[in-house]
Design a protein around this ligand. Structure first.
Ligand SMILES: [Zn+2]
Length: 66
């Protein structure tokens, strides 16, 4: 168990790295092997709705219903 001070020191940077617009990595990019994340904000109002996925490493993007 960390002390209160250790907790603050060790975890202070995590708040900065959290980007609510993008999910945690969902799958491996088919182009470069990087991490592909789901955009949690942009939903295309097609039927059914589609979500935007984008690779961290390259410009790979795709839209999926899940
Ligand atoms: Zn990629």
């Amino acid at each position: 168990m960390e002390s209160r001070e250790e907790y603050i020191t060790n975890h202070a940077h995590e708040k900065i790295s959290i980007n609510p617009e993008w999910s945690e990595p969902k799958y491996t990019c088919p182009k470069c092997g990087g991490d592909v994340r789901k955009n949690l904000v942009t939903v295309f109002t097609s039927y059914p709705p589609k979500y935007l996925y984008r690779c961290d490493e390259c410009d790979y993007e795709e839209y999926m219903e899940i």
